[in-house]
Design a protein. Structure first.
Length: 96
């Protein structure tokens, strides 16, 4: 009887160790859940970026306003018969 009990105890401990630490055990499941959460956060960030890019493409296709704004801001372009003014502020000397 003691031998049967000892055998069952060893089997139980082996199964518990496999459940907790073996391949596909609870430790692996927790690691996979963390990876899933990280991937979902990354996917959400990329979806927001894609939505912004899609809106920008839609603006470019619908009218010239977005193209004109980008040309002015990024390329410094102006329309014909416009005058460009650039204001440069001078550094103020520090008072000591």
């Amino acid at each position: 009887m003691k031998l049967l009990f000892a055998g069952l105890l060893v089997l139980f401990i082996t199964l518990q160790l496999t459940l907790w630490f073996g391949e596909g055990g609870l430790v692996d499941v927790r690691k996979l859940q963390q990876q899933i959460e990280q991937q979902q956060a990354e996917n959400a960030r990329l979806n927001e970026r894609n939505a912004a890019l899609e809106a920008e493409v839609k603006d470019f296709k619908q009218g010239l306003g977005a193209i004109e704004e980008r040309a002015r801001n990024e390329l410094g372009m102006i329309k014909k018969d416009e005058t460009f003014f650039q204001i440069i502020e001078q550094d103020k000397p520090d008072k000591k």
